[in-house]
Design a protein around this ligand. Structure first.
Ligand code: EPZ
Length: 417
């Protein structure tokens, strides 16, 4: 067991370099299943989730070699079509192999992802889309089996702009005969980066980044080289870290265009944000103004920043309302923040946050990836020491976060128990 120990109260200052995007890396690494040729994916962060997807690609028949942040994926000319339970249960994103394998082999057998801490997270939208593309879907003993000797283009409407369903269906459609239109598609930057990668492989995708994506099927996809976009949620997390500590931080290597909603809300709350070239500078006094948010699909305020925002609002002047519309159970961090002194009341899918002057350090348990980041932010701003357990969640999505925070002046260390 490991824990992270933080002594709060220091203003963060200095410069931090943002890593490559976890949520762009995962689908792009999976998309290499669509070709036997070599692919080189650059700027991939060192994260537990990346290790999990690489392990899955190896089981499916890929050869992986990694040099720092660059990963070369080549084929062994064996391609398996089964994603085993032990890997899918570790990480939901493993179900993204369904699209490429169905498109490439005409069949795939994947374990159904269990629910997780933040919600049931079914895959009905993925399966409905695969059926539209001509796949026969059967469920048995916790596995889903898809069969389609030849996928054909279709008009697919997503009831919800699901990121994963958009990615899965877009990858399958690259190999479907004819034209596919995905309406009410997700438009996140990670979808755009995946489409960019697929088009470099020879796919014909238009409209990624809008809610209508059009794909013209092709017979073969080739290897390519691609550099993954910066991680917008890591960027947002460091912006809030500067704000909650009343610090002054320069963030390098980020793409501010991916964070319009977060920057707008931070400015509304009173933080000072200046952009020059590819740098984002965030400086802020303590105890900003209470500012309501509602999480919605991109380009709205991202659900992956909700927990971090709740920490900032816990320290704001006034009362704010945080409404979570994407996941049905993403307030698990509330209990832990209350133990640090936050005044939060949950009513349905909203949290009413009454700002207080200071949080107090305490032993706390992380429950999911973004909740663990939020607890770190709370500890950085709190008086006294905080011990954070459940750091395995953190390692799934934040590369080198202790070192990055220490370089900004944080008193943070990891202890192996
Ligand atoms: C992606 O998850 C991200 N993960 C999540 O980030 C992110 O929170 C989420 O998109 C929303 O932005 C990766 O990209 C690897 P969804 P995904 O399908 O694709 C429901 C993080 O912290 N839904 O857009 O699983 C679902 O239950 C992670 O990095 C269905 O009902 O999200 C949820 O309530 C956490 N049926 C909502 O849609 C389906 O078939 C959004 O899910 C699919 C989804």
């Amino acid at each position: 067991m490991e824990k992270i120990l933080i002594t709060g109260g220091k203003k963060l200052s200095g410069t931090v370099k943002i890593s490559g995007s976890k949520n762009a890396s995962l689908p792009i690494l999976v998309a290499t299943l669509l070709t036997d040729e070599d692919c080189l994916v650059k700027n991939v962060p060192h994260l537990q989730d990346v290790e999990t997807i690489l392990a899955l690609l190896k089981i499916l028949g890929k050869r992986i070699s990694r040099h720092n942040k660059n990963i070369k994926i080549s084929s062994t000319y064996r391609l398996d079509s089964e994603a085993p339970y032990e890997l899918v249960k570790k990480m939901r994103a493993s179900i993204l192999v369904m699209g490429p394998l169905l498109g490439r082999l005409g069949r795939v057998r994947a374990s159904l992802p269990g629910g997780c801490a933040i919600g049931a997270r079914p895959i009905n939208l993925h399966l409905q889309g695969f059926r539209k593309l001509g796949a026969k879907v059967s469920l048995e003993r916790g596995y889903v089996q898809l069969d389609a000797p030849r996928l054909h283009g279709a008009n697919i409407y997503l009831d919800f702009p699901s990121v994963g369903a958009t990615e899965n269906l877009m990858m399958a459609a690259t190999r479907a005969k004819g034209k596919t239109v995905i309406e009410n598609a997700a438009s996140e930057p990670e979808i755009q980066d995946l489409a960019h990668f697929l088009n470099k492989m020879g796919a014909k995708i238009k409209g990624a980044g809008t809610n209508i994506i059009k794909v013209e099927g092709v017979n073969v996809l080739s290897g390519t080289i691609h550099e993954v976009i910066p991680d917008r949620i890591e960027t947002g997390t460091f912006m809030v870290a500067a704000a909650v500590t009343g610090g002054d931080v320069v963030i390098r290597g980020a793409n501010p265009e991916h964070l319009e909603a977060v920057m707008t809300k931070l400015r509304e709350a009173g933080a000072k944000i200046t952009l020059n070239n590819k740098e984002i500078r965030v400086s802020s006094g303590k105890n900003l103004k209470a500012t309501d948010i509602e999480t919605v699909p991109y380009p709205g305020f991202p659900t992956d920043m909700q927990a971090q925002w709740m920490v900032l609002m816990s320290l704001s002047k006034g009362t704010s309302i945080i409404t979570e519309t994407v996941f049905e159970n993403r307030f698990l961090h509330v209990g832990e923040l209350q133990r640090m002194g936050s005044n939060i009341q949950v009513k349905g899918n909203s949290a009413i946050v009454k700002g207080i002057l200071k949080l107090s350090g305490a032993p706390v348990m992380a429950t999911d990836l973004r909740a663990s980041a939020a607890l770190i932010l709370a500890a950085l701003s709190a008086e006294g020491k905080t011990e954070i357990f459940g750091v395995n969640h953190l390692d799934r999505g934040y590369e080198d976060i202790e070192r990055k925070l220490r370089r900004l002046g944080a008193r943070i260390k990891r202890i192996k128990e």
